[in-house]
Design a protein around this ligand. Sequence first.
Ligand code: PMP
Length: 394
Amino acid sequence: MHAPPLARRLNGLQSSAIRDLLTITARADIISLAGGLPDPDLIPRDRIRAAADAALVDPSSVQYTETSGWAGLRDVLAVRESKRLGRAIAASEIVVTHGSQQALSLLAQVLLDPGALVIVEDPAYTGALQVFRTAEAQIEAVPLDDDGMSVDALSALLESGVRPTVVHTVSNFHNPGSVSLSTQRRVRLAELADRYGFWVIEDDPYGEIWFHNAPPLPVAAHSDRVIRLSSASKILAPALRTGWLQAPEHVCRAVELIKQGVDLCGSALTQRIAATLLADDDWLESHLGDVRSAYRERSETLSRAVQKEFGDAVASTDVDGGMFCWLDFRDGTDTETLLAAALDEGVAFVPGSAFAVGNDYKNAMRLCFTTSEGSVLEEAVARLACAHGARLRS
Ligand code: PMP
C-alpha cells in the first residue's frame, strides 16, 4: 500500500549538504574544517553550570515562559541592542528565538506569502536558503564582493522593476564568504529599503567575533525596515539555542503570534543562563577577548598554510573576523570532486556549490578554522594539498 502523500512544499527541498557532511566528518581520523562549530574549549561550561545552578533555585526556571522570551533576558538584550544600534531599543522590540535559525523561519512565515520574492547574497547562507525555499518563496541573488553584498547590483534590479519582499544579508564576517558589508553600503541598503519598501533581514551571528576592529553600525541603525538577528550560539554555546530578533513592535507581535503555534515558548532555563552570562559585562568582554584572539591566530595560521601549499593557485578572502575562510581555486579545481579525495586523505571542507544560488562556485570551498589549533590546521592544509596534487596527477 502506498503511504499517503506529503505536502507539496517538500517537492524539490534538499537536505543541507553541510548537515549531511557533518555525519561523515564525525569520524576520528578526519580533521574537519567543514562544520561551523565554535571551539568546544571556548564554550564556558563552568559559567553555564553555575548560572544553571543559580537559576534552578527558582521554580519558574523550569516552567513555561513568555512566548516572546523570558522578560529578564529581553531586558538584558534591550540594553545590548541599544548600545549596538546607538539608539534606545525597548524589550518589546525583541523576541527571543530557538537560535537565530528559528528567527529566520518565523520571519519567513510572518513576511512571505508563497511566491514572494526574496533576494539573497551569492554565495548564500544555506540555512536561510532552506527557510526561504520551505516558505515557497522565489529566490534571486546578487553577488558578494570584498565589500559584502553588491548594493549596486541590488539597485539595478530594483530600477529594472524587480520588487523583493525581503532582502537577506549577513552583514558581518559572512558565512561562507567571510567579507563584511562596508559602511557606505549599509547606509545605501537602508535607503533602498526605505525607498522601495522591502524588509531587510540583517543576519548577524558573527559581529562580536572581530579580529582587529569592531564592525561599523548595523544596517538596522539606519532604517526601521531592517530586522536584526543575533545569536548566543557562536559566542556562548549553540546548545543554549538562544537567538533573538530586534524589529519594530508590530513585527515582534506578529512573530509572537506565529511562535505561539510553533513552540508555545522557548526554554526558560537556557534563557536564564544566557541572561546571566550576557549581563556580566566584565566577564563577557574578557571571554570575547579570548574567543577573538584564539580565532584570529587560527585564521592567520590557516592563511599562511594555504599560501605555503597552494600559492597563486588559490585566491582567498582576507579574514578579519568570524569563523570561515573562502578559497577560490584559480587552477579550475572542481571542489566537489576534490572532496572525495580529501576525505580519503583525512580532511573535510564544504564545497562552494553548497552555497551557490546563481553562480555554481564549482572551484570554491569554505574552510572553518575555529575547532583546530595551529599544527592541526597545518596538517589539514597539507592533507588538502596532497588530495589536490593527487587529483592533478590522475
Ligand atoms: N545565520 C547565519 C549566517 C549562520 O551562519 C547561522 C549558524 N550557522 C545561523 C544564522 C543560525 O545559528 P543559530 O540558530 O545557532 O543561532
